[in-house]
Design a protein around this ligand. Structure first.
Ligand SMILES: [Zn+2]
Length: 197
């Protein structure tokens, strides 16, 4: 099969900018989490009508229990699902990326969907040293305490105790200025929906 022109352009751009461009930061790339998809449990194929509201880069999505097709940039990319057995309960799904890896998240870059290894991404915290990581952690925890209004007092105190740096310490880098870097990416084992994600 010949290479789709979008991928060709994407790869050309990737090669062209490799020297100047730092590794992309995973949190800043648009992504699709397999757990956010409504995977059917019967043998029919469904079309998700308003997918572009949720994922602006995707124009159409067809989904069945074993695969999903994303239409974007005038082409279609298909990903199979791998069903990971759990000890109890329903198996957990994962995307099978075109490179063969099973992943929970697919990222969108250079008009292409792929896993974090395909795009050679780093996480925000990987770009910082020990001190920078503590500052980043504190920023995320402070934002979490701000966003999550309903929480038991004891839990709030326990989370606050994990902040080890003072508010005056800031990240001195433009690379992590993107707002998605500074929001908490998990729920810190508390209940309720993480509505800011
Ligand atoms: Zn991959």
């Amino acid at each position: 099969m010949s290479m789709p022109w979008q991928l060709k352009v994407g790869l050309y751009n990737k090669r062209k900018y490799r020297r100047h461009e730092p590794r992309p930061i995973a949190e800043c790339l648009p992504s699709i989490n397999v757990n956010d998809l409504d995977i059917p449990r019967d043998y029919q194929t469904y079309i998700a009508p308003d997918i572009s509201l949720r994922f602006p880069h995707i124009s159409n999505m067809r989904i069945a229990w074993n695969m999903v097709q994303f239409a974007h940039s005038d082409r279609v990319q298909t990903f199979n699902f791998k069903w990971i057995k759990t000890g109890f309960g329903y198996p957990r799904p994962a995307f099978v990326c075109e490179c063969g890896r099973s992943v929970i998240k697919l990222y969108f870059r250079h008009q292409h969907l792929g896993c974090r290894t395909c795009f050679n991404t780093v996480y925000g915290c990987q770009t910082r040293n020990k001190r920078g990581r503590a500052i980043l952690k504190a920023i995320r925890l402070r934002n979490f305490l701000k966003f999550k209004t309903r929480m038991r007092k004891s839990i709030r105190q326990r989370l606050r105790a994990r902040i080890t740096v003072t508010p005056s310490q800031e990240l001195k880098t433009k690379r992590l200025a993107h707002h998605r870097i500074q929001i908490p990416h998990h729920n810190y084992c508390t209940r309720g929906i993480a509505h800011w994600l």
